[in-house]
Design a protein around this ligand. Structure first.
Ligand SMILES: [Zn+2]
Length: 370
């Protein structure tokens, strides 16, 4: 998931917001404002909305801390983390590769819920230290809500269904037990599918029996978990099927085009005749980018006479170019994440060839049938 709005960096990790987060933020702030207006009619609209906004901000900050805890363990074990993105259903840390041993996986999964539990406990204890209040106090309410949200976050994430944190912990334990990463992933994903289905059914039941936002929330989370667990299950198979296949094995040759070529001339003379649908863009012998029909389609037809290939192309990286030795399954994931269908294979700054998504899928299909 890519961020649409970057809000800052923590030790080189980008903290960003996905567009869908706006929906969650609006929902949380307005729900909280409604809640405060009801329990504290004497606060007045200004205090109600300020408390709602500040409480939401603290909740979102604790979501980021949860993800940073995962990221810190990953980093300490040498696994790179690029970014943390908040989206409609919470947060996600973009950890670039899988753990290499069960122990790392176990602590990486557990770190987030532990952080949430610690924040929750601290906030609830702090709130309790104020003792009984004569009337609703904004700060005590904030602490109570932040505490309760974090406690709920810790508990929900510890549900042992992959890809929830608890599912990662379960996978790590299974992995340690059966020494088979793929099998453990599939087993933990099956539990994830089961939990997701239950949550979806429970939420749907509540929506039908007693109309309310609570049921909708459970149904949505269940659906999300079911989808994610199914994807993880299929992906585990993908890694098994593509085991041993490297990007270099499936590499296709790269036709090239000069950076200064006009788009119209390129389309008429080369693209529609050549049969190739991805070209390396070169400038004085050096590769500067890639161009496919996808990039060309973004330029209005009327501008093709005035636009060069260099202006329309997709520059090299990000995503990181592949090497000949990148596993094909990883290449496929990288393409899916970036929403592209070709990636260059680069060695010593020189493009050796191109890897097409279609080629990987074709290999996958063949291996599935064998
Ligand atoms: Zn987590």
């Amino acid at each position: 998931m890519r961020s649409h709005l970057v809000v800052g960096h923590v030790r080189g990790i980008e903290i960003g917001l996905h567009a869908s987060w706006l929906v969650l933020a609006a929902l949380v702030v307005s729900t909280l404002a409604g809640h405060f207006a009801m329990i504290a009619p004497n606060w007045g609209p200004k205090l109600v909305w300020t408390t709602a906004a500040v409480t939401s901000l603290c909740v979102f900050a604790s979501l980021v801390l949860h993800e940073l805890a995962h990221a810190a363990v990953a980093r300490s074990r040498g696994i790179p983390v690029r970014a943390i993105t908040l989206f409609a259903l919470g947060g996600v840390a973009q950890i670039e590769q899988e753990a290499e041993d069960p122990r790392t996986e176990f602590w990486m999964g557990l770190a987030g819920p532990l952080a949430s539990a610690a924040i929750g406990l601290a906030a609830l204890l702090f709130a309790a230290s104020f003792g009984p209040q004569p009337g609703p106090d904004p700060f005590v309410n904030l602490l109570g809500l932040v505490g309760a949200t974090n406690a709920a976050l810790a508990i929900f994430n510890l549900i042992p269904g992959f890809p929830l944190d608890g599912g990662r912990v379960l996978r790590a334990m299974l992995w340690r037990w059966n020494c088979d990463f793929t099998r453990s992933t599939k087993q933990a994903a099956r539990v994830g599918q089961a939990v997701g289905t239950l949550l979806l059914a429970y939420g749907a039941g509540r929506v039908i029996l007693q109309a309310g936002i609570g049921g909708l929330w459970s149904a949505l989370l269940g659906w999300f978990l079911l989808e994610a667990a199914t994807a993880a299950y299929l992906q585990a198979d993908l890694h098994r099927l593509l085991l041993g296949v490297r990007a270099g094995d499936l590499m296709g040759s790269a036709a090239s085009v000069e950076v200064s070529t006009m788009l119209r001339a390129f389309v008429d003379a080369t693209l529609v005749h050549d049969g190739a649908n991805c070209f390396v863009v070169v400038e004085k012998g050096r590769t500067t980018g890639l161009i496919t029909p996808l990039e060309i389609a973004k330029v209005p037809r009327a501008l093709w006479d005035r636009t060069t290939v260099g202006e329309a192309m997709r520059p090299l990286g990000p995503p990181e170019p592949l090497t000949r030795f990148t596993p094909a399954a990883d290449a496929l994931e990288r393409m899916a994440k970036a929403g592209v269908s070709f990636l260059p294979i680069v060695e010593d700054g020189r493009v050796l060839g191109l890897l097409a998504r279609a080629k990987i899928l074709h290999t996958l299909e063949t291996r599935r049938l064998m």
